[in-house]
Design a protein around this ligand. Structure first.
Ligand code: HEC
Ligand code: HEC
Ligand code: CA
Ligand code: CA
Ligand code: CA
Length: 463
């Protein structure tokens, strides 16, 4: 049955229209002064009441006119499709690239797929820092991050661009094969999981061995401005690297090269938190994913394909996207699931509440938010490991991803998967892959009754 919720917000009155197939149609009012609790505004004042396929593409409703104008400009630059130079509009694609626009990977601003054109395959040479002999990659900034422990692979660098403009060659061919793994719940119900096997070949189909490979799917991009605005101290306060409180969960910050401020900073973005801020995330995406040089990462001769204003607009666009409001928060099954989520210790990493601090964009400041992440690294076990260290992150560690809006993933893009490589086809599978520090949580879920598991998933789908 299709269940859809449409929220309309008009000043002090919110009208909730619940349309449940053709069986039920209701309309009632919730006012600010009412005795009913307000639904958690996942993104504080940046929350929008939209649970449709465009839920991730809304500007934060509390932007001042100036920032709203910049957001509108960024909406255009985020979607702009680049072409090979020379060209009258958006020249500079490549010479090697993965996709020709931000929106081509972050479809409707949501999570993407593990297929060519959307995935990013990161690589490093299989050798220790001491013995490394940096071989300059022909393109991009990939080799320039000081203190990095991702020695570039000759001719490829640290990211495989699988496409090239006419007259150039892609760097390599990636072959992806899904393998199945069987398991069963505590009550005997069986399930089947899939995981990827990734192989790298030259264009002549010769196997490229002895490299560390890490397959990543595009992440949702809404709400990231709020994550950028969380004070570093608040995040470090959550870290427990030596597991002093002995709950089996550590949580370590990544510290990475900050190309904007030219220093080591706390990493926040990407599946391993290897990027410290959204300007760098955006500039690196332009140059690495699209081959579009920019003021932060210019070409060797100092020239760049886009100017400061374009880089700025795209950065501001992702910083100022709204977070969709939760739905069905008063549903007893959702509430039961929320309790089970806490009982299974999911909240030890997926923190339900954080507060933002100061930020250049006033709309992001001092917001109480419900991102369900600590932005810290956790050892997730051997089965999720990519064995490719990235700054302080080991080959087994991943950043806790935010869970806000996760219930809308497949409304936004059907077939989108979960986890860093998109191996999980649904939320159950995502939980069943949890290992390492999260093994106890996974076992708690695996040993729940079918009804409890359903309630927990129902809660996740309300986010
Ligand atoms: C080829 C596909 C591709 C393109 C093009 C692309 N991205 Fe991404 N994006 C990704 C992948 C994959 C990740 C995860 C990277 C990782 O973990 O290493 C990501 C991560 C991000 C994140 C971090 C989200 C988080 O929660 O940490 C942001 C923000 C982002 N991209 C913005 C952009 C912008 C802006 C552009 C255009 C300038 C862009 N991306 C272009 C694939 C892409
Ligand atoms: C030790 C920390 C930790 C605990 C405890 C934990 N998680 Fe996670 N969770 C993570 C990390 C890290 C990832 C990303 C792993 C990856 O991509 O390989 C993740 C991923 C997920 C995802 C997929 C998100 C996405 O964007 O693809 C879901 C859903 C999820 N967790 C739900 C849960 C639930 C439900 C529980 C409790 C049963 C739980 N987690 C317990 C750390 C944790
Ligand atoms: Ca270029
Ligand atoms: Ca490369
Ligand atoms: Ca601990």
């Amino acid at each position: 049955m299709v269940l859809s919720l449409f929220w309309h917000r008009y000043r002090r009155v919110r009208i909730l229209m619940l349309v449940m197939g053709s069986l039920l149609a209701g309309c009632f009012l919730v006012s600010h002064s009412g005795s009913q609790p307000l639904p958690p505004r996942a993104g504080g004042e940046t929350t929008v009441w939209n649970r449709t396929s465009t839920a991730y593409e809304q500007p934060a409703p509390n932007l001042s006119p100036g920032w709203a104008r910049l957001h509108a400009m960024g909406d255009i630059t985020f979607e702009a499709r680049f072409v090979a130079a020379p060209a009258p509009v958006n020249p500079g694609l490549g010479p090697v690239f993965n996709n020709n626009s931000c929106a081509g990977c972050h479809l409707k601003n949501g999570r993407g797929l593990a297929e060519k054109g959307q995935r990013v395959v990161r690589v490093s040479q299989l050798q220790s820092l001491e013995e490394r002999d940096p071989v300059p990659s022909p393109w991009g900034w990939e080799v320039m991050a000081p203190n990095s422990n991702t020695p570039p692979v000759p001719g490829i660098g640290t990211q495989v661009q699988e496409k090239a403009i006419r007259g150039y060659r892609p760097e390599a061919k990636v072959e992806l094969t899904w393998r199945e793994l069987k398991g069963h719940y505590g009550d005997g119900t069986t399930y089947s999981l899939r995981f990827p096997e990734v192989n790298l070949y030259t264009l002549e189909s010769q196997s490229i061995d002895n490299v560390l490979l890490s397959l990543r799917i595009p992440q949702p991009v809404f709400g990231v401005g709020l994550l950028e605005a969380i004070p570093e101290a608040e995040l470090l306060h959550q870290a427990d690297p030596e597991d002093v409180n002995q709950d089996g969960i550590s949580g370590r910050p990544n510290f990475v090269w900050d190309a904007v401020h030219q220093k080591i900073s706390l990493g926040r973005f990407g599946w391993k938190a290897n990027t410290p801020n959204l300007e760098q995330q955006t500039a690196a995406a332009y140059v690495n994913d699209m081959g579009v040089t920019n003021p932060l990462f210019p070409a060797a001769d100092g020239s760049h394909d886009i100017d400061e204003a374009t880089l700025r607009a795209t950065t501001v666009y992702v910083q100022t996207l709204a977070v969709p409001a939760r739905t069905l928060w008063r549903d007893p099954t959702v509430q039961q699931g929320e309790k089970l989520f806490a009982q299974a210790q999911c909240t030890a990493c997926h923190l339900p509440q954080l507060r933002t601090g100061s930020h250049e964009i006033a709309a992001l400041q001092n917001q109480i938010i419900h991102p369900y992440t600590d932005l810290l690294l956790h050892d997730m076990g051997e089965e999720l490991a990519d064995h490719r260290p990235d700054f302080a992150a080991t080959g087994k560690e991943w950043r806790t991803p935010p869970l806000w809006g996760i219930g809308l993933s497949q409304t936004v893009l059907p077939y989108s998967g979960y986890l860093h490589d998109g191996r999980a086809r649904n939320l159950e599978e995502a939980i069943l892959w949890h290992g390492g520090e999260a093994e106890r949580s996974r076992e708690a879920f695996r040993n729940m009754t079918a009804e409890e598991r359903e309630a927990l998933i129902y809660f996740l789908r309300s986010l």
